[in-house]
Design a protein around this ligand. Structure first.
Ligand SMILES: C[S@@+](CC[C@H](N)C(=O)[O-])C[C@H]1O[C@@H](n2cnc3c(N)ncnc32)[C@H](O)[C@@H]1O
Length: 321
């Protein structure tokens, strides 16, 4: 009798179950990506993530909502970019490797977000990092998103142009682009972007140097990047740092041929790569208790220093020189 699906995984220790999943992705015709990522499929999440990146970028020196915005890895919708357009940007370019956003309810999310901005919906920050200090008493960033500018950006005729851009119609000056899969820096013209952000993406990117280099090429001099990077094991293991406790060979088997997984890099690898192209203006580290003890980490993670080993989240804002 052949085992029921999933029975093998339940019998194996955590790394074994992940190896089995990785190996499955090498079979002919196997799925190499997930059906959805969770997150940007809801307007409240897109609103929160947009407000977080905007407020912390302004704290780091960005002058309000820039005209041209790009995003790496929008996921289930381009809702964070739609929030940027509603707040005043004219151009949005999303770059992904799996076309999750094509099936998304972008139109519904746009209408919900337009309602949130119109009512200045209070948004007490969720999770890390906090940005309460940049909000007013009603938990809205009214010093950045002023009434006069929101009156312009949410004018009915402008909303119609954003809707038309979403449907691929004539919409100048509003432009929405979606590049998927993006394969090289040629996806976007050089020096045309003012602000590029990513949220829970750079920990998935293979070849971060090439990606940060492409971002620097797309940005105008003085343009900003903001990235929130989740360095945890993404529930592949029970421990938040379990991905640092398997050997290189085991990791290759776990990785299999999935479209992407996690790159296992510690915050310091991102910090170094970013500094090659940008000047860092704000850097926040989230430290985590517990997890695998230092003695159980495998090479090359057995050489992490105390701070690298404890850091489970990294938020960075930087400017192109
Ligand atoms: C965990 S999801 C995050 C989605 C969204 N940013 C959010 O906050 O919900 C990771 C996203 O990164 C994308 N991704 C992975 N590797 C990428 C790469 N090299 N370039 C662009 N996007 C990538 C995935 O396709 C997916 O959309």
């Amino acid at each position: 009798m052949s085992p029921r699906p999933g029975a093998l995984k339940r019998l194996l220790p955590p790394a074994g179950a992940q190896v089995a999943r990785g190996l499955q992705t090498c079979l002919p015709g196997a799925r190499r990506s997930w059906g959805a990522t969770g997150g940007t499929d809801g307007a409240p999440y897109c609103y929160e993530v947009f407000l977080k990146h905007l407020t912390l970028s302004v704290q780091a020196g960005m002058a309000g909502v820039p005209a041209s915005v790009a995003e790496i890895g929008p996921g289930d919708s381009i809702g964070i970019g739609l929030a940027a357009l509603l707040a005043g940007a004219d151009r949005y370019a999303g770059l992904d490797v799996v076309p999750y956003s094509l099936a998304a309810h972008n139109r519904r999310i746009l209408d919900e977000l337009a309602g949130y901005f119109s009512e200045r919906r209070p948004n007490p920050p969720w999770g890390w990092p906090r940005y309460d200090h940049l909000l007013d008493a009603r938990s809205f960033p009214s010093r950045i998103l002023r009434d006069e500018s929101l009156a312009r950006s949410l004018a009915p005729a402008r909303l119609d142009r954003i809707r038309a851009a979403l449907e691929g119609g004539a919409s100048e000056p509003i432009r929405i682009e979606y590049h998927c899969p993006w394969a090289s820096a040629a996806a976007i013209e050089p020096e045309t972007v003012d602000w590029l952000y990513s949220h829970s993406v750079m920990e998935h990117v293979d070849g971060i140097e090439a990606a940060y280099s492409a971002m620097s090429r797309w940005l105008r001099p003085g343009g900003f990047v903001s990235h929130q990077i989740d360095l945890r094991s993404h529930e592949l293991f029970p421990e938040w740092n379990g991905h640092w406790g398997v050997s290189r060979l085991t990791w290759r088997l776990i990785r299999g041929r999935r479209a992407y997984l996690i790159n296992r890099l510690p915050y310091s690898a991102h910090a170094r790569a970013i500094r090659r192209f940008f000047e860092v203006r704000l850097e926040l580290l989230l430290e985590e208790e517990g997890g695998l003890p230092a003695g159980r980490l495998r090479a090359p993670f057995d050489r992490l220093d105390d701070r690298e080993r404890r850091t489970s989240g990294y938020f960075v804002v930087a400017v192109k020189r």
